[in-house]
Design a protein around this ligand. Sequence first.
Ligand code: 9MR
Length: 499
Amino acid sequence: MSSIPSQRKRRTRIALLPATALLLVGGAVIVQSTTPAVAAETTLRAAAANAGLFFGVAASPGRLSSIVGQEFNQLTPENDMKPSTIATSTGALQNTGNADTLVNYAQSNNMVVRGHTMVWHSQAGSLQGASQATLNTFIGNALTRWGNRIAYWDVVNEALADNNTGARRTQWPHTLNRDANGDGDFFDATDTDVIRDSFIRAKQVVQQNNLSTKLCINDYDIEGLTVQGGTANRKANAMYDIVRTYRQYIDCVGFQAHFNDNPNSIITGDLQANIQRFADLGVEVHLTELDIDDDLSNNDIGQGQADNYRKVVRACLNVARCTGITVWGIADSESWRSSERGLLFTGGNGSYQRKAAYTAVLDELNKGRNVSPTSPPGSPTSPPVSPSVPPSPTVSPTPPQPPAGCSASVSLNSWNGGFVATVRVTAGSAPINGWSVGLTLPSGATVSNSWNTTASGTSGAVRFTNVSHNGRVAAGQSTEFGFQGTGTATGITPTCTAS
Ligand code: 9MR
């Protein structure tokens, strides 16, 4: 993928906070411990397993130091299962030695493997330019070569174009696509679609061989519902349409999660909502190639990066079907984007030091999935004030806030016969505790699905109210919900009522 080079980098490092802190309160020294009541796990894999997800790493045979098996319970071959390594021009397999080494390592360390990747415009090697029939041969060979030793396979990688157009790529293998009726998509039975046809073949192989391997589609810049500035993430919407349309063949969606200062790759507040809407289609969602540019947050190299990691991990934890996170390498120096220092460890060559980002991820994983949904993702996690400290009598309680107004705006992603509406609710000059959005659908339009809201009515005048985790919105801040429908929704005007 491409990324806009980040600007100035500072080299300052922030020391990790100690596990305990001494506070001087009213002349008394109080020891404040950050240790939770239940013993916290001390590795990423153990903490993730407790929370019901995997925490993995991209690896190569030359980087299988002991930390890989100690810290991670999932492994993705960073390069060794790409067609450029393992495919011949006829779709047969070759040079599978490194891939075998990685699969064997994973098995003996009780790690799940993600195969990466089959149908991709890049690193295609001898497969470059192949027909769908040859791609299908390769898909069959790759799936059966490792069988159930691979839990997840990226069948199609990076099918969508850059720059938030929402369009497919135009280079091979997408040149195999044909829009037979010229309606602007490749979804019709008479169309040729390399995504559909590759997944149909993969599902057929899985079923014929009685495999449990899950079939994934993977891409970057699809993480948020919006991109920087609040524009709809058309690439994410296009991916959503693909998964919804081909749901019967697709089991999982990978958000690569290479976060950097490209406006389309920024961490937006609606990451969780976007994970949720895919999860609502019934697929598993994974963050498959996570790394976070160290100065993404106001050039704050240490803690800013750690806070960003915390937000991203929390967004996944808050969605039950977000079942795995994979970081794209162990240490900054060994990363594909080493200058942005986006990973959890410094050091290299088997000698690694944990960064503040590591501590934040471990801590967030240790909190599990069941934290209060009203606490905003990434909120500071300082421990509660010790109960031995009496509340200061001089601080008067905050008066209850009066109900305040809200506004709502809608962005539509439409296709022939259907649409997805993303509605943004924004609080006015005071915080709100709940909201309700009403709108009137044009004749013939019906709501078929919704997320992050409770919907009432399916046609004509319909209403959407907040769910428990998104009713509270701070003054001037926004939250989003969405719904999917049939027909046309052009021209709908939402009105917002706050409570
Ligand atoms: O990390 C991989 C790097 O070593 C390779 O040189 C590069 C070649 O394209 O691929 C990198 O991995 C990519 C992954 O396969 C797909 N998503 C983007 C990753 C980073 O470029």
